[in-house]
Design a protein around this ligand. Sequence first.
Ligand SMILES: [Zn+2]
Ligand SMILES: [Zn+2]
Length: 199
Amino acid sequence: MKICYKCGKEAFKENLCKDHYIENILPSSLDIQIIICKKCNKIFYHNRWSNISIEKIIKNSLRLKNKIKINKINIKIPEIEIIFFLPELNQYIKKNFKLKIIKKLCKDCLKILGGYYEAVFQFRGKIPEWAINYIKSNEDFIKLERKKEGLDFYILKRSSAEKISKYFMNKNCEIKKSFKLITRKDGRDVYRFFYCIKF
Ligand SMILES: [Zn+2]
Ligand SMILES: [Zn+2]
């Protein structure tokens, strides 16, 4: 009888018992570091901030042997539980790992904190609920300010503001656009854009 060189029990494969064989073919640790924005939960991955999930990063980074598959990943930061499927043994194995988490502010949140924004939507008149809900759901919506004249919505990027503007144009809203020069940066004029919608 062949025996496991680690514990002396009956060997299953490669001079290891079943338990030690499984231990040997599964990853022993997750050498993954996650940089996450503490404000919006975006993740810095492949040199950019995005909404990629931790699950996807783990799946992309793990190199699994012996046709092992990931059946399920349960995330309770920083604890990770992975259920592997081992086709060779036709068996599911649960294993816990710890992630290295680094909390930072992404570049958008840094800008917002610095009071930066590129566009403002000024809702005036009898403002319908759907319009408020729509603009608030935009990923670049920063804050809402109540004014005597109506509601002002601050939008981080002009590209998002243009998208929002198109949406309201399709709803037959009348939009008055204007802009203000706010500063010069790297020899370039920086404008802030205003979109006034009367409902
Ligand atoms: Zn053993
Ligand atoms: Zn952020």
